[in-house]
Design a protein around this ligand. Structure first.
Ligand code: ZN
Length: 144
């Protein structure tokens, strides 16, 4: 089997001394398609044989500092998400949508790249004299 290419997650960095340990690879695997809390990440990593809390804490901190992973604060809880090479956003601009459907446990987080949504904000008269650097938003919705 072909070895997975993890370098896409670090393409914005120049890290010569960066060590991609198996624990870091496992962390990226777990986060690749999901938005997860520390607790859930630890549960999933434990299933893969990586149950060291301190290591996870350090690796997450390292990734967040280097914008490989970003933190999303939703209802007082922090969710982690891949920042770089995420097809749905980059580490600068993203609009996340939180679906709170009682049937779904406990909430579902996704993101949108809907250009018109970004256009509405960037073309708003409020910013007519400014250049937009980035847009970061969380939109929380409940089914009608
Ligand atoms: Zn995301």
């Amino acid at each position: 089997m072909k070895e997975k290419d993890y370098s896409k997650f670090f393409s914005h960095l120049d890290l010569k001394d960066f060590r991609l340990t198996s624990a870091r690879k496992a962390l990226l695997d777990v986060l690749e398609y999901d938005h997860l809390t520390f607790k859930t990440i630890l549960e999933r990593l434990t299933e893969k044989g990586f149950s060291n809390v301190a290591t996870l804490y350090n690796n997450l901190d390292f990734f967040v500092q280097n914008k490989v992973v970003m933190e999303l604060k939703i209802d007082g809880e922090i969710y982690y998400d891949i920042a770089n090479n995420n097809p749905n956003h980059n580490h600068d601009s993203h609009i996340h949508i939180v679906y709170k459907d009682k049937d779904k446990n406990p909430l579902y987080i996704t993101e949108t790249q809907e250009k018109s949504l970004f256009d509405v904000i960037s073309s708003h008269p409020l910013f007519e004299n400014e250049e937009l650097e980035y847009i970061q938003m969380v939109v929380s919705v409940v089914k009608k």
